[in-house]
Design a protein around this ligand. Structure first.
Ligand code: ADP
Length: 233
């Protein structure tokens, strides 16, 4: 608990700094981007168009990091609203449908347990972002084992009368112990173009809702994330 409080403080502080300077960094990035586009034909002439591509990719990555920072620095008190989690999951699954199709992955949503709706009081935008982050990670993980098996992501719900548990299970590459231990650290990433902010921000959002996130994974088999959220009284 102390460790996660420390992580939260660190993230909140970094978020504030980023919010203050993001604007100042974004402007020069935008002009760099523009001028690189203008240089492109010259680079092409000398057979170095690849350089332009790399610069553009890296600028976009820097912009992504700033964007995620800004998200994580928003006021931490969630704007709560009572909503059916079943409904929310269907909506999010639709949002990721085209991305899943592109990566030849099927997403199976089994949102209703015993015909019962699970009503939670949440900041819909924030929790949507968390579920999207987890689905995006699952899609990345299944993509890496695409040659061995078809990607599959299962989403299901459990309701114990106090909490609703949203489980997102993938059959992707899985994680080893050391990755699992650093998962929620800000900036920890194993991806070439990753920001390492998705899970730390997600963790903070869910903790701010009085919930929790747990993870179980096996290298070569897949990963299962579970989000716990308190049910609305
Ligand atoms: P990013 O996606 O930018 O790397 P995250 O904080 O979302 O940042 O994730 C941190 C790291 O956790 C990832 O780089 C990856 O190594 C690991 N990870 C997260 N979700 C999964 C998953 N479903 N399967 C395998 N590894 C995962």
């Amino acid at each position: 608990i102390e460790q996660s409080a420390l992580q939260n403080d660190k993230l909140a502080m970094l978020g504030k700094i980023a919010a203050a300077i993001a604007h100042e960094i974004r402007n020069p990035l935008t002009s760099i981007r523009g001028f690189i586009q203008l240089l492109r034909p010259y680079l092409l002439e000398v057979g170095k168009e690849e350089y332009a591509r790399i610069i553009l990719t890296e600028i976009d990555r820097a912009n992504d990091i700033i964007y995620e920072f800004l998200n994580s620095s928003k006021p931490s008190a969630p704007m709560k609203q009572a909503i059916s989690i079943n409904h929310l999951l269907k909506e999010v699954a639709i949002l990721t449908e085209s991305e899943a199709l592109l990566r030849n992955c099927e997403i199976i949503v089994e949102p209703v347990i015993g015909g019962e709706e699970s009503i939670v009081s949440i900041d819909v935008k924030q929790v949507k972002q968390v579920i999207l982050n987890l689905l995006k990670n699952a899609l990345d993980a299944v993509e890496e084992v695409q040659t061995e098996r078809r990607g599959r992501i299962d989403i299901h719900l459990n309701n114990d009368g106090q909490y609703v548990a949203i489980t997102i299970k993938d059959n992707g590459k899985g994680m080893d112990k050391s990755t699992m231990g650093r998962l929620f650290d800000p900036f920890f990433t194993t991806k070439q173009a990753g920001t390492g902010l998705g899970l730390s921000v997600s963790y903070r959002i869910i903790r701010n809702h009085g919930g929790n996130i747990s993870v179980d994974s096996r290298v070569g088999f897949g990963t299962e994330f579970t989000i716990y959220l308190p049910l609305a009284a």
